[in-house]
Design a protein around this ligand. Sequence first.
Ligand code: RNT
Ligand code: ZN
Length: 424
Amino acid sequence: MQSPTDRAVRAAYELAQERYAALGVDTEAAMTRLAQVAISLHCWQGDDVGGFEIDGGELSGGIAATGNYPGKARTADELRADLDVAYRLIPGDHRLNLHAIYAETGGQRVARNQIGPEHFAAWVDWARANGHGLDFNPTCFSHPLAADGFTLAHQDPAVRQFWVEHCVASRRIGAHFGRALGTPCVTNIWIPDGHKDTPADRLAPRQRLIESLDAVLAEKLDPQHNRDAVEAKLFGLGFESYTAGSHEFYMGYAISRPGTLLCLDAGHFHPTEVISDKISAVLLYVDELLLHVSRGVRWDSDHVVTLTDELQAIMQELVRGDFLGRTHIGLDFFDASINRVAAWAIGTRNALRALLMALLEPTALLREQEAAGDYTARLATLEELKGLPFGAVWDAYCLRQGAPVGLGFLGEVRAYERDVLAAR
Ligand code: RNT
Ligand code: ZN
């Protein structure tokens, strides 16, 4: 498989630049803007959401990684090595999103409510050395105290307290990341709490969840260091009938607790419901959003991100609404049936490709057409855009950023698989 030559990429770009210029679109400005967007890669794609706790248990909480592709990271060092390869395959500078179960405790058993920044020292050193900002998540699943399906909304105050303490510890770790790296950490709370079958009481778990969240967020932290997000979900595996932390619940919560970010995961809604239409609505009420860019397929909400219409619609909304400055873009998928480094590369490159396509839109022209009531021209323009040579601009962007062009990234994944992953 041969990548196009640099000369071919440049020649194609010049023609593309001309085509876009005819519509009033500045391809150089689009690439400059794209380079400013840092996407938060989720560490958990690298080891099927396993983590490195001593006696770390089975993945639970209504999420599942299926497949047994060889070569998954077994240690934090292996995971960082895999991530180093992934970042080289993705143009631009990007962040890393960590979960609490990725703590490095030097062989010691450390309870989740006892974790601290010291358990993430190697992650911070690595992030600093490589220019990655860090984001964080408490891990409220895969644990004996989450085994009955409830954590922050548990009816037992002692169990609730344990998870409150875990989330408090997580926020402090987040603030430490932000302080150490000079870029705010988004600490995102997602809990699985819910019922497989029809509950008799939908209210009480939600009342308890409010109380727990208020306790978690009671300590004021500098938003320059840590920002808190809450993530809703419609259902999970084994939580089909009721989830305490639903969209309405968290939207109300985030709006009523100023400074709290709302996290929209693209795979957490009804199959025909999309988050692209929610962005402009919720940003009227909350200051900032966290996105978990993901792809739902039937029962699963976490397939590798592909260049779907919805992915494009999400990015169009961020650009058209000028929301990039108020939106933290994270990824959330875990596929254990394909090469895990390739999964990161494919999903992240797609998110960036969709963002570039959005940046290459003649937004002002589309707005004029719409304002003039000329919906014929709006439709014609939108459809024409789908055939414009955005791929040539993307290739030029990859070339300039020193990332592989075209399928070149696959060759690098294969070489790493042969030299490193195959030996695991
Ligand atoms: C689960 C949520 C959550 C997790 C990660 C591992 O449905 O999407 O974001 O995927 O925390
Ligand atoms: Zn998510």
